[in-house]
Write a protein that binds this ligand. Structure first.
Ligand code: NAP
Length: 487
C-alpha cells in the first residue's frame, strides 16, 4: 500500500494565480486498478476557470517581457524538479491512471523533456529580414507570443499531454491555463506544485480541476482573453471545441484520435517487427493515440509473424501498475473496457477469430486480457474504430498497393508503422501513407525533438521540436519606408 501522507506533491485543489483554491474536497479520484478512492479534490467550475483566465491575462505582460534566457532558467528549474521528483510523480500517475510504474516513470521523463527542450528553444525565436521590392523600403518580421493559452487534456498521459503544451507556451512567452481530465487531476496539480517551487510567477501556469467539462470548456474556448486554444483528446470532442473557438476566431491546435496501421512486409526482420508491434500496441494497455490499431502482415511471413507475435503477447504480465511485474495495467474505467469488448465481440460475429485473450482478465474488473485476433478484415468494427485497449487485430495482405489503400482508408492520420528492408519501398511507402508520423522499422517514435501531430481528422499543429513553438507565436510584419539614398 502506498503511504499517501508521504506524498508531498499530492495536492487536492485548483492552482490559480499562485494560490491553491479553498473549499470542500468532494470530487473523488479513483484508482482504476481497484476502483478505490485515492483522495478527493475541490470541484472547480466555470467561475474558477474564468478566474484562471484572468490571472493568466494579468500575468502575461511581465512574463512576455522577460528575456528568453530568464524564462528558460525558471523552466530549467521546473524540469530539474520534475526529474528529482520522478518517483513520486510516477506513483501519483500510476495511482490515478493505472499504467505500470515503470511506464509512468518513462512518462515523467518524457513530459519533463519538453520543458527542458522549450526552455532552450525559446532562445531561438528568430525573426527575419526579407529583401523588399522597393529600394527605399525594408521588410522585417518579428515573432511574438500569442498571449493567453487555454488547454484541455486527456487522462491517458496525465503529465506529458500537459507539459507538451505548457512548455511550448511558456517558452514562447505565453501564459497558460489547463483543465486536465476529470479522472486524472492529481498529476496536473503535482506539476503546478513543482512550477511554484521552481519560481514560475503566479498566474503563468494555472490548473483548474473539476467535472463540468462542458461549462469549463466553454470558458476556455470562448473567453475573449484567451488567444489560443489547444486540445488533446478524441476527434469527436475536438470538432465541438473547434466550432466553439470559431466564435472568437482563436488560434487552435488539435491532437486528436488515430487508427495506426502497422505493416509487416515479406522482407521485414520478423523479430524486430514483433518487438516493435508489442511496444507500440500494448504500452499503456493500448490506450495511446499512436498505438498500433491494425496489424497488416504480408502472405509470405503471415504464419511466422503470427506465431512469434502470439507467443510474445502471451508473456505479458497483467497486474495493478504498482506491482513490479506489471506490464499491462487496468483500462481507465469499466465502461472503457466494455467498449473494447464490444468491438471484439462484434468483429467475431463478422468472422474474426480470437487467437489469444478476448475477455476480462482475472486481475480485476477493469483489466482486459492481452488479445490477438486473426482473420480480421479492414471493414470490421475492430479495424474501423480506435480500439484504446490491449487488442491486436491482424489482417492478411498480398501486395504493396493493396495494403496502402487499406492503411489509408480511414478519416484519421496520426501515426503509422511499417517494417521492410527494401530501401526503395521505404521511400515509396513512407511518402504514400497519409499520416503525420511514420515509424520505419521502429515502434516507439515520440520524443521532444520530433514534431508530433497528425493529418486529416487527427488534428492540426505540431507539439515538440522547433516546429512546436510556431503554434504559440504570431508573425508580425514591419514595413520600414522612407529609407531613400544617402545624398
Ligand atoms: P475525450 O473524451 O475527448 O476527453 C478529452 C478531454 O476533453 C477530457 O479532459 C474531457 O474531460 C474533455 N471533454 C470531454 N467533452 C468535453 C466537452 N464537451 N467540452 C470540453 N471538454 C470536454 O477523450 P478521451 O477519451 O479522454 O481521450 C482519448 C482520446 O484522446 C483518444 O481519441 C486519443 O487518440 C486522443 N489522444 C490524442 C493524442 C494526440 O496527441 N493526438 C494524445 C493522447 C490522446 P472529462 O475528463 O471531464 O470528460
Amino acid at each position: 500500500m502506498t503511504n499517501l501522507k508521504a506524498l508531498s506533491l499530492l495536492k487536492t485543489s485548483s492552482y490559480i494565480n499562485g494560490q491553491w483554491q479553498q473549499g470542500k474536497a468532494d470530487l473523488a479520484v479513483i484508482n482504476p486498478a481497484n476502483d478505490k478512492t485515492i483522495t478527493h479534490v475541490v470541484n472547480a467550475g466555470i467561475a474558477e476557470t474564468e478566474q484562471a483566465v484572468l490571472a493568466a491575462q494579468q500575468a502575461l505582460p511581465a512574463w512576455r517581457a522577460k528575456s528568453a534566457n530568464e524564462r528558460g532558467k525558471l523552466m530549467r528549474r521546473w524540469f530539474d524538479l520534475m526529474m528529482e521528483n520522478q518517483d513520486e510523480l510516477a506513483t501519483i500517475l500510476t495511482l490515478e491512471q493505472g499504467k505500470p510504474l515503470a511506464e509512468a516513470k518513462g512518462e515523467i521523463a518524457y513530459g519533463a523533456a519538453f520543458i527542458e527542450w522549450f526552455a532552450e528553444e525559446g532562445k531561438r525565436i528568430y525573426g527575419d529580414v526579407i529583401p523588399a521590392p522597393a529600394a527605399d523600403k525594408r521588410i522585417l518580421v518579428l515573432k511574438q507570443p500569442v498571449g493567453v493559452v487555454a488547454a484541455i487534456t486527456p487522462w491517458n498521459f496525465p503529465n506529458a499531454m500537459i507539459s507538451r503544451k505548457a512548455a511550448a507556451a511558456l517558452g514562447a512567452g505565453c501564459t497558460f491555463v489547463v483543465r486536465p481530465a476529470t479522472q486524472t487531476p492529481l498529476s496536473a496539480l503535482a506539476m503546478a506544485e513543482l512550477a511554484e517551487r521552481a519560481g514560475i510567477p503566479a498566474g503563468v501556469f494555472n490548473v483548474v480541476v473539476g467535472d463540468d467539462a462542458k461549462g469549463m470548456g466553454k470558458v476556455l474556448t470562448q473567453h475573449p482573453a484567451v488567444a489560443k486554444f489547444t486540445f488533446t483528446g478524441s476527434t469527436e470532442v475536438g470538432k465541438t471545441l473547434i466550432a466553439q473557438c470559431a466564435t472568437t476566431v482563436k488560434k487552435v491546435s488539435m491532437e486528436l484520435g488515430g487508427n495506426a496501421p502497422f505493416i509487416v512486409f515479406d522482407d521485414a526482420d520478423i523479430d524486430a517487427a514483433v518487438t516493435g508491434a508489442i511496444a507500440s500496441k500494448y504500452r499503456n494497455a493500448g490506450q495511446t493515440c499512436v498505438c498500433t490499431n491494425r496489424i497488416f502482415v504480408q502472405d509470405g511471413v503471415y504464419d511466422a509473424f503470427c506465431a512469434k507475435f502470439i507467443a510474445a503477447v502471451k508473456q505479458l504480465k497483467i497486474a495493478d501498475g504498482m506491482h513490479d511485474s506489471s506490464q499491462i495495467g487496468p483500462l481507465i474505467t469499466r465502461s472503457a473496457l466494455d467498449d473494447v469488448h464490444k468491438l471484439v465481440t462484434d468483429s467475431v460475429q463478422q468472422g474474426a477469430k480470437i487467437a489469444l485473450g478476448g475477455d476480462v482478465d482475472k486481475a480485476g474488473h477493469n483489466f482486459y486480457q492481452a488479445t490477438v485476433m486473426t482473420d480480421v478484415t479492414n471493414d470490421m468494427p475492430i479495424a474501423k474504430n480506435e480500439i484504446f485497449g490491449p487488442v491486436s487485430p491482424i489482417i492478411r495482405f498480398s501486395d504493396e498497393a493493396e495494403v496502402l489503400k487499406q492503411a489509408n482508408d480511414t478519416d484519421v492520420g496520426l501515426a503509422a508503422y511499417f517494417y521492410t528492408r527494401d530501401i526503395g519501398r521505404i521511400f515509396r511507402v513512407a511518402e504514400a501513407l497519409e499520416y503525420g508520423m511514420i515509424g520505419i522499422n521502429e515502434g516507439l517514435i515520440s520524443n521532444a525533438a520530433a514534431p508530433f501531430g497528425g493529418v486529416k481528422q487527427s488534428g492540426s499543429g505540431r507539439e515538440g521540436s522547433h516546429y512546436g513553438l510556431d503554434d504559440y507565436l504570431e508573425i508580425k510584419y514591419l514595413c520600414l519606408g522612407g529609407i531613400g539614398a544617402n545624398s
